[in-house]
Design a protein around this ligand. Structure first.
Ligand code: ADP
Ligand code: MG
Length: 729
């Protein structure tokens, strides 16, 4: 076997199970110890300072400088006791990662002595010299400054010896350069509009939050195998590799026993996560071999987003300790399931009531139906925007294959709720309901809770499914920052609730009774949006046809899908809700395009190199052996028997030549196509050229490489094969 491959396999096989460092089996003993949460704030802050942070969290009141100084001093006292020497503003730039720049607390006093200090101004605002973050043209070079500003709603935490302060990141002119800024705005407008609607049912509602529980899927691979595959290392996915004879056909991995080494890795990162206040709860094997999942208890959406970003970086760090690499790419291996990040989403009022959970009185059921139907309407209205919000080059390999939700947005609500909606809608033609009918309708709705108890028919093929007390947005990619879909969804629902309130109030002004007015508007909404409801198999061909008939869009093409950011509908949505200005939207669109083509550019380079430096030379070596063999035969067998004796060798020699010539030829053409694409003037033209002229070569070249993998002597093949990489232990 090739030396590199053999060494990699041996290292992986001989890997010792490394220990995990959880100090106790009781998470309650260490949960949140590295977080400056409200309990620590009570301990380290004056009442006054504590109150000002609480007010900021609850109602968005700004924290004044004097208070900021007090908070900073308390925060630093706590952080120093926990061993922190540095601090950083921690934010989510649009490159999809998290950013941090550590500064020491240490400074010189006026008299020149060394002191440790953390002033309010350092907490509240910084000016990171971060001119190389993507801005989509917002930050011109002449004014390259960006500001990060403290988000008090997400508590500060310590990693290693650094105090991390969650912040937003905006340009000098105030435009958002991150995910958090628009997310906070979306959650704020959602709070206002949902609270107003809640008041129809409970006058004393003061606040509504969005809740998010993400399920993070990922693959693990031994680090030696990872580094022996330049494609995995440089692009996050395998660009070549023939399917393993056995992978997930036997369906024996899902929920199977977790291998010891993997289990120790999980315990380790969960320990670190729990210390950071990330409430991780569920772990299991996923469908594909080598694939796993981690899910926390849901939290307020902004905090949940921060926690997911933190968890992803923690996983990467802890994996190294266990000599693993985490693959967060949506599709690391062709032919086996890819990874997603289901976003479970709901709304909760300040009494802790889940607004998408049907209650047991007519009043709470009407409230449930109000939020349920308004969400359906919002998703129907902004389906294209939601589709655009989950676009990435990685996710495109996953969507639409028979394993992940397709590129058509639809909503699954379950058969019982479908019939509730149908019943409700039936009365649509009637101007006014008789008292009997109204009671009948109410009684129908009272039945919802008992029905939901056995609502177990979970449709895994739907991109957006109602699962009893929440919606689950399943099309989100595993590596994504869930803020992107959360911005789109929460803004769309917020706007929808504003419109709903206006329509209902309008009817009430015309002397229609409140409940009746709500029913009428809801019935109209069902009629307007029922085309997006689909209970069947989202993977089927019939659904594609049916969706087209219904006028739903099916946008598999990434560049097409992204255009939804620039549609008049989206612009109007974001400007009316003040979540994103047109300039900010355009910037986001351009950044997405840029990342999309750059990923293809890197993949094309890597595949070209691999084909020329690994695959073709190996194929030649094997071909030489065959040629030698045939030559030898010629010497020992009789001339007339030669062709018959050397038949296999000669055919294989020809077959190899054929694949090699095709590969070489296509790699050269791909290089030309890339050069051509790089010379395009606008970003749209570049993306178009990359996706239409460069990308198709990736699959075509791979096809011939994978054929060669089947022919060439296993001993010579230099890259670890799927069967070696997939079965992580
Ligand atoms: P499944 O794989 O069956 O969908 P999991 O237990 O893996 O279920 O994940 C369910 C996720 O949904 C968890 O993160 C859970 O906390 C979250 N969740 C439950 N209720 C809500 C809610 N009201 N709002 C948001 N997320 C929720
Ligand atoms: Mg789920």
């Amino acid at each position: 076997m090739s030396k590199i491959r053999l060494q990699a396999i041996n290292s992986a096989l001989n890997r010792k199970v490394s220990a995990y460092s959880a100090i106790s089996n009781k998470a309650s003993e260490y949960f949140g110890i590295n977080v400056f949460d409200k309990f620590k704030m009570q301990e380290y802050l004056s009442n006054e300072a504590y109150q000002s942070v609480t007010d900021a969290i609850k109602s968005g009141v700004a924290i004044d400088r004097k208070m900021a100084n007090q908070v900073a001093a308390g925060m630093k006292a706590w952080a120093s006791e926990r061993g922190a020497s540095h601090y950083t503003h921690w934010f989510h730039p649009l490159n999809g990662a998290t950013a941090e720049k550590h500064d020491a607390f240490f400074e010189f006093s006026d008299t020149g002595t060394a002191i440790d200090r953390f002033r309010g101004e350092m907490l509240v605002q910084q000016e990171p010299d971060a001119s190389s973050f993507p801005s989509g043209g917002i930050r011109n070079t002449f004014e390259a400054r960006g500001y990060s500003a403290w988000d008090p709603t997400s508590p500060a935490f310590i990693i290693d010896s650094t105090l991390c302060i969650p912040t937003i990141f905006v340009s000098y002119t105030g435009e958002a350069l991150d995910y958090k800024t628009p997310l906070l705005k979306a959650l704020n407008i959602l709070d206002q509009s949902a609270t107003e609607v809640c008041k129809y049912f409970n006058r004393d509602t003061e606040k509504v939050i969005a809740t998010l529980g993400w399920e993070q899927e990922y693959f693990l691979i031994d680090e030696a195998l990872f580094y022996a595959r330049p494609d995995l290392h440089l692009t996050g996915r395998t660009l070549l590799g023939h399917a393993s004879a056995r992978d997930q056909q036997l369906e024996d991995h899902y929920f199977g026993a977790i291998p010891q080494r993997v289990s120790n890795f999980m315990k380790d990162f969960e320990f670190e996560a729990l210390k950071l206040g990330i409430p991780v709860k569920t772990r299991h094997n996923e469908v594909a071999p080598g694939q796993f999942e981690c899910a926390p208890v849901f939290e307020e959406a902004n905090l949940a987003v921060d926690h997911n970003m933190l968890l992803m970086s923690l996983m990467e760090k802890i994996a190294m300790k266990h000599h693993f690499r985490v693959l967060l790419h949506e599709k690391p291996y062709k032919g086996v399931n890819g990874s997603g990040k289901h976003n479970n989403w709901s709304l909760m009022d300040d009494k802790g009531k889940n607004l998408l959970s049907p209650g047991n009185s007519p009043k709470s059921n009407l409230q449930f139906l109000t939020f349920f139907i308004n969400t359906i309407k919002a998703v129907n209205e902004h389906a294209d925007l939601l589709r655009a919000s989950i676009v990435s080059s990685g996710n495109e390999h996953r969507l639409g294959a028979s394993e992940a939700p397709p590129a058509i947005m639809s909503i699954f609500v379950g058969s019982k709720l479908s019939s509730v909606l149908e019943d409700l809608e039936k009365k649509v033609s009637e101007k006014k309901m008789t008292p009997d009918e109204k009671t009948e309708l109410k009684l129908d709705i009272i039945k919802i809770p008992e029905i939901l108890l056995d609502n177990t028919d979970r449709n895994r093929t739907s991109p957006f499914a109602f699962t009893g007390n929440r919606f689950e947005f399943r099309a989100v990619g595993s590596s994504a920052n869930c803020a992107a879909p959360m911005i789109a969804l929460n803004t769309a629902v917020a706007k929808q609730l504003i419109d709903f309130k206006a329509e209902v109030d309008n009817l009430i002004e015309k002397d229609v009774k409140k409940d009746e007015a709500i029913f009428r508007v809801l019935r109209k909404y069902i009629t307007e949006s029922k085309k997006i409801l689909f209970e069947g198999n989202g993977y089927s061909e019939e659904w594609k046809k049916e969706a087209e008939k219904r006028g739903l869009s099916n946008i598999p093409d990434v560049t097409e899908a992204l255009k939804a950011f620039l549609s008049n509908k989206s612009k109007k949505l974001f400007s009316e809700t003040k979540v994103l200005s047109e300039r900010e939207l355009v910037a986001r669109y351009e950044i997405k395009l840029e990342y999309y083509f750059k990923k293809i550019q890197i993949e094309a380079r890597v595949l070209g190199d691999l084909a020329k430096n690994h695959i073709i030379p190996v194929a030649f070596s094997y071909q030489n052996r065959l040629i030698e063999n045939a030559k030898g035969l010629k010497e020992i067998v009789n001339q007339n028997d030669f062709l018959a004796s050397a038949h296999t060798q000669i055919e294989t020699i020809k077959e190899i030549s054929n694949h090699v010539n095709l590969i070489d030829n296509m790699v050269n053409k791909m290089i030309d196509a890339r050069k051509d694409a790089n010379n395009k003037n606008t970003i749209e033209e570049k993306v178009f050229a990359y996706s239409k002229n460069v990308k198709p070569f990736l699959e075509k070249i791979r096809y011939h490489v994978d054929k060669l993998e089947l022919i060439v002597d296993d001993e010579l093949w230099s890259l670890p094969k799927y069967r070696e990489m997939l079965f992580t232990r």
